[in-house]
Write a protein that binds this ligand. Structure first.
Ligand SMILES: NC(=O)C1=CN([C@@H]2O[C@H](COP(=O)(O)OP(=O)(O)OC[C@H]3O[C@@H](n4cnc5c(N)ncnc54)[C@H](OP(=O)(O)O)[C@@H]3O)[C@@H](O)[C@H]2O)C=CC1
Ligand SMILES: CC(=O)[C@](C)(O)C(=O)O
Ligand SMILES: [Mg+2]
Ligand SMILES: [Mg+2]
Length: 336
C-alpha cells in the first residue's frame, strides 16, 4: 500500500490498477533507451502496444524482432487511446506538429517521460487531451533489465491536463506496467520533474560525476601513475562505492571503507566541492529554471548539434575510455 515518506505519498503496485490501461490501444513513439523498455514491459504486463517510428528507422527491425507491431509515427498515433512520446526531446516539438497533433484522437491520453517540451511550452496539447508523465528515475536499459529481474526503477508521475477525470489512474497504471510500482511512484508536476531532472543529470549524475572521475584519472596519470591504476581507482571502483550507497546509504558505504578512507573522505570532499561549487550549482539551476539551458540545447540542435558532437568526439577519445575498453574486455562478467 501507499507509504508516506517525508510527508510525500509514494505509490506501489497495490495502489495501481492495470485495468485502467488494459484493452486500450497504446502507442509508444520511439524504441530507444526508454521506448524499448516501456513497450516491452507494458506488453509483458498484458497491454496492447504498437510502436511508432519514422520511416527508415534503425529501430524498426529491432522492435519487430522483439515481437512488437510497428507503424510509422503518424499511422501509429491514428486511433490510439494512449500515445507515449519517447523520442528525443529536441525532436518532439516538430514531430508533434507534423505527425502527432494532426492524428491524435479527441480525448486521447498523451504521455511523456520528461516534462521538457510541455513545461517550456514547445508542445501545447489541445484542451481535450489528457496529458500525463511517467518519468523513470533511471536509464531506460535499467528500466528494462530490472523489470525482467523482478524489480523496477522508481518513477515520478504527473498530470498536466485531465478532462477525462481519470488520468492519474492511467498514469499510475502505466508506471506499474513498466515495473515502477515495485520501487515506488511519486507524484510531481511537469515543472518540478523537468527542473530537477535537468539539474540532477547536469550537476550530479552525468556532468558532475564524469568530470570528477576524469579529472581524478588525469591528475594521477599526469603525475606519472599508470593509467590502468588510475582507471581502477577513479573509474572502475566508482560502481563498487555507489553500489554500497545504493544499498544502504552513505553510512553503509563508509562502514565498509577503511577509517583512513573515511577520514580522507571528510577532510577532502569539501576542498573539492566548495562554497564556489555550490554557488555554481545554484547558477546551473537558475539557468534551467529561466529556460536558458533549454534554449541553448535547442539552439545547438538547430545548428546541427555542432557542440554536442564535438564534445562527444572529445569524450570518446579520452584516455580513460581506451584503458577501460581494454580492461572490460578482460572482465567476462560485465554485461556487454
Ligand atoms: N534515456 C533515458 O534513460 C531517459 C530518457 N527520458 C526521456 O525519454 C524520452 C526519450 O529519450 P530516450 O529514450 O533517451 O531516446 P533515444 O535517443 O534513446 O531513442 C529515441 C528513439 O526515438 C526514435 N525516433 C526519433 N524520431 C522519431 C520520430 N519522429 N517518430 C518516432 N520515433 C522517433 C528513434 O529511432 P530512430 O533514430 O531509429 O528513428 C529512437 O528509437 C526523452 O523525453 C527523454 O528525456 C526520461 C528518463 C530517462
Ligand atoms: C537516465 C536519466 O534519468 C536522465 C539522465 O535524466 C536522462 O537520460 O535524461
Ligand atoms: Mg533522469
Ligand atoms: Mg533526463
Amino acid at each position: 500500500m501507499a507509504g508516506t515518506i517525508y510527508g510525500a505519498t509514494v505509490y506501489y503496485d497495490a495502489d495501481c490498477n492495470l485495468d485502467a490501461l488494459k484493452g486500450k490501444k497504446i502507442t509508444v513513439l520511439g524504441y530507444g533507451s526508454q521506448g524499448h523498455a516501456h513497450a516491452l514491459n507494458l506488453k509483458e504486463s498484458g497491454m496492447d502496444v504498437t510502436v511508432g517510428l519514422r520511416d527508415g528507422s534503425k529501430s524498426w527491425q529491432v522492435a519487430e524482432k522483439d515481437g512488437l507491431p510497428v507503424k510509422t509515427t503518424a499511422e501509429a498515433v491514428k486511433g490510439a487511446d494512449v500515445v507515449m512520446v519517447l523520442i528525443p526531446d529536441e525532436l518532439q516539438a516538430e514531430t508533434y506538429e507534423k505527425d502527432i497533433a494532426p492524428n491524435l484522437k479527441k480525448g486521447a491520453y498523451l504521455g511523456f517521460a520528461h516534462g521538457f517540451n510541455v513545461h517550456y511550452k514547445k508542445i501545447v496539447p489541445p484542451a481535450d487531451a489528457n496529458v500525463f508523465m511517467v518519468a523513470p528515475k533511471g536509464p531506460g536499459h535499467l528500466v528494462r533489465r530490472t523489470f525482467q529481474e523482478g524489480s523496477g526503477v522508481p518513477s515520478l508521475y504527473a498530470v498536466e491536463k485531465d478532462p477525462s477525470g481519470d488520468t492519474k489512474e492511467l498514469a499510475l497504471a502505466w508506471a506499474a506496467g513498466i515495473g515502477a510500482g515495485r520501487a515506488g511512484i511519486l507524484g510531481t508536476t511537469f515543472r518540478e520533474e523537468t527542473e530537477t531532472d535537468l539539474f540532477g543529470e547536469q550537476a550530479v549524475l552525468c556532468g558532475g560525476i564524469c568530470e570528477l572521475m576524469q579529472a581524478g584519472f588525469e591528475t594521477l596519470t599526469k603525475a606519472g601513475y599508470h593509467p590502468v591504476n588510475a582507471y581502477f581507482e577513479c573509474v572502475h571502483e566508482m560502481k563498487l562505492i555507489v553500489d554500497l550507497i545504493y544499498e544502504g546509504g552513505f553510512h553503509t558505504m563508509r562502514s565498509s571503507i577503511s577509517n583512513t578512507a573515511e577520514y580522507g573522505d571528510y577532510a577532502t570532499g569539501t576542498k573539492l566541492i566548495t562554497a564556489e561549487t555550490r554557488k555554481e550549482m545554484e547558477q546551473v539551476l537558475a539557468d534551467i529554471q529561466s529556460g536558458a539551458f533549454a534554449d541553448e540545447f535547442l539552439a545547438d540542435y538547430k545548428d546541427g548539434f555542432k557542440k554536442l558532437y564535438a564534445r562527444r568526439e572529445k569524450a570518446a577519445n579520452h584516455e580513460s575510455e581506451k584503458v577501460g575498453a581494454e580492461l572490460r574486455g578482460l572482465m567476462s562478467w560485465i554485461k556487454k
